[in-house]
Design a protein around this ligand. Structure first.
Ligand SMILES: [Zn+2]
Length: 67
């Protein structure tokens, strides 16, 4: 299976945010949604959805804790 990685990188940049999930004490990643308004993802352990808004307070932080 071939993935169109170049194209994808140029268009979406695959921006992600490292996050610590307090629920399971594990580290994971959130990816930017297509509108660029939030980072969304799931805890890799319990699959609980997590969302971190982009814009306003907190955007400059590179590391978030799941709430
Ligand atoms: Zn969890």
């Amino acid at each position: 299976m071939e993935e169109d990685k170049k194209d994808e990188n140029e268009k979406t940049k695959r921006a992600f945010l490292g996050i610590w999930f307090d629920c399971c004490h594990t580290y994971g990643r959130l990816y930017k949604n297509k509108d660029g308004t939030a980072y969304v993802g799931r805890c890799p352990s319990c699959l609980r959805p997590v969302r971190v808004r982009i814009g306003g307070e907190g955007t400059s932080r590179r590391f978030f804790r799941g709430e």
